[in-house]
Design a protein around this ligand. Structure first.
Ligand code: GYE
Length: 337
């Protein structure tokens, strides 16, 4: 167990830790607050990507609700606010505090070798959740848990293929635009490639553009507006998360078009949060490929195994489904995020 102090001045170099409003340990700016780590608990340092989306908030909540003192954990939670340098800083902080486990979702895939070597040298196991990373030495992390993003992209493509057939449009020329999330993130790489694999087999599909919408509603709306101005005929919008989809549909409606099964533009989304599922029921959105953010219990399961000295799987994929008008009703009620 770690016997040091969480967020102690000096350990972090510049005085105030970069913590979130969601943080378990808060050090208000200017105050020399020190929260002692409880040695009897398992100390887990979590570096989260940010708070860009509904998905991310649900993911954070799941982690914070799992790693409680009642369950035997001392959680140090850091929000990197979309910056890799903040994640690296947080991980270095976890190392100097001698946490028992470093848990993080890498914002993008590259650039982790040095800091993870430092974690390895300190003997601290690294558990990745949600996104993956590229390192030369695979032993720099213990395990990963998250979604099969390539499969998610493929599911979106296959849904479109089946749908166009069903409505008798499989021979038509289909213009598609994609709104992508954070450049270099695993979810973007996988969803884009998975969709592309299906698109390749449909010669009448034309991917006109792929634009970075940063996974946010504001940016999603902005880039959708630009694409509507640039391309006279868009038949399908693929938004790589719900937040960008909300913004895109706003922009489409403001431009005088409609969306959904009875509308002008087919809209495909990812994540499947409650509001998006409701939009399927309301026939505003065609389909949503689920990405499950409730990963806290999976991470805890891995830590329990490691605590017992058991070998863990190198990768754990979470099961997910596809929602459209045919199956959405029964799932809206039980959705918690
Ligand atoms: O789809 C998006 C979030 O990495 C799976 O990041 C995650 C993605 C998710 O901000 O909403």
């Amino acid at each position: 167990m770690a016997g040091l102090l969480a967020g102690a001045m000096g350990l972090w170099g510049c005085g105030i830790t970069d913590v979130t409003q969601d943080s378990e340990i808060v050090h208000p700016a200017g105050e020399d607050t020190i929260t002692p780590i409880d040695d009897s608990l398992i100390v887990v340092g979590v570096s989260q990507v940010g708070s860009e989306s509904v998905w991310r908030t649900a993911n954070t909540n799941s982690i914070q609700e799992t790693f409680t003192t009642e369950s035997g954990y001392f959680l140090i939670f850091e929000n990197a606010r979309q910056k890799q340098e903040n994640q690296i800083k947080a991980i270095r902080g976890f190392i100097s505090q001698q946490v028992d486990y470093i848990v993080f979702s890498p914002i993008t895939e590259d650039g982790w070798d040095t800091v993870l070597q430092e974690a390895k040298d300190a003997g601290i196991p690294v558990i990745l959740f949600d996104r993956k990373l590229n390192v030369e030495d695979e032993s720099l992390y213990t395990t990963w848990v998250g979604s099969d993003f390539h499969e998610e992209g493929e599911k979106a493509g296959k849904w479109l293929q089946d749908y166009l057939k069903k409505v008798g449009r499989e021979e038509e020329e289909i213009n598609i635009v994609e709104l992508q999330g954070t450049a270099g993130a695993t979810a973007v790489i996988g969803r884009t490639a998975g969709f592309e694999d299906v698109a390749e087999h449909n010669e009448n599909w034309h991917i006109l553009d792929r634009v970075d919408g940063e996974y946010t509603t504001t940016k999603g709306k902005e880039v959708m507006r630009q694409m509507l101005a640039e391309y006279p005929e868009i038949h399908v919008v693929v938004a790589q998360n719900d937040d960008m989809m909300f913004g895109a549909i706003d922009a489409i409606e403001e431009a005088g078009y409609t969306t959904g099964p009875e509308g002008d533009i087919i809209v495909i989304s990812f994540d499947a949060c409650k509001n998006a599922l409701q939009m399927i029921a309301d026939k505003q959105l065609n389909v949503d490929v689920e990405c499950n953010p409730l990963q806290g219990p999976y991470i805890e399961g891995i830590i329990e195994q490691l605590e017992k000295g058991e070998k863990v799987e190198r990768e754990t994929y979470i099961k997910e489904q596809v929602f459209d008008i045919s199956n959405v009703e029964e799932s809206i009620e039980e959705r918690t995020y």
